[in-house]
Write a protein that binds this ligand. Structure first.
Ligand SMILES: Nc1ncnc2c1ncn2[C@@H]1O[C@H](COP(=O)(O)OP(=O)(O)O)[C@@H](O)[C@H]1O
Ligand SMILES: [Mg+2]
Length: 177
């Protein structure tokens, strides 16, 4: 019963967030703590990660400044990146089903990176940002297109790199407070 209630709450908050996004409300930029944003995203995704047997390792540089961003769309972007990475590692052996999230301070901005050792990127990697590019039966192929426009609108960048061994790293930058 508790699981059902929690899933219901989570669905309600996702719908609320999507509605806010789709209404194209004026951006509500604030100084956000990366730690708090990540905690909230993890709260939304915990049940999903558990169910899929995916471990998320978080590493944040000490003394990280805040980022200037709009919380709701930023969280949607992170949820989409983590969801994609979970899909990419779904066929891995259980001990290879982990994702590494990193946050560090660079000149004038904060860089967030998510690495997986999953199925890997097409060549060129940039294709994943094309509208309707998808390799999933039930995929829409719009998640990354929309994510990039959200991040660019906030003065940042979003790009993907193949990981040297296997899998991918998605990087995003946001202005530091
Ligand atoms: N972490 C990843 N590893 C490998 N491929 C990825 C990853 N993230 C995204 N992709 C590829 O990019 C495509 C587009 O992603 P997205 O725009 O979120 O749409 P969707 O998830 O609906 O397919 C995915 O179908 C997948 O082929
Ligand atoms: Mg997606």
């Amino acid at each position: 019963m508790q699981d059902i209630v929690q899933a219901d709450d989570r669905a309600a908050s996702i719908i609320l967030r999507l509605r806010t996004m789709l209404k194209r409300a004026a951006p509500d930029r604030q100084t956000l703590s990366v730690g708090e944003v990540v905690e909230e995203v993890l709260h939304f995704m915990r049940a999903d990660l558990l169910r899929r047997g995916v471990q998320l390792r978080v590493s944040m540089a000490p003394g990280l400044p805040g980022v200037v961003a709009d919380r709701v769309p930023l969280e949607q972007v992170l949820i989409n990146l983590i969801g994609n990475a979970c899909d990419a590692v779904a066929a891995n052996a259980p001990e290879q089903r982990w994702l590494a999230f990193e946050a560090r301070h660079e000149a004038g901005h904060v860089r967030l990176s998510l690495t997986d050792q999953g199925s890997g990127l097409p060549e060129p990697a940039e294709r994943v940002f094309e509208p309707f590019y998808t390799t999933k039966d039930a995929g829409l192929g719009l998640g990354l297109t929309i994510s990039r426009s959200i991040i660019v609108a906030q003065g940042g960048r979003l790009w993907a790199e193949p990981h040297p061994d296997r899998g991918a790293t998605f990087h995003l930058t946001l202005p530091a407070a």
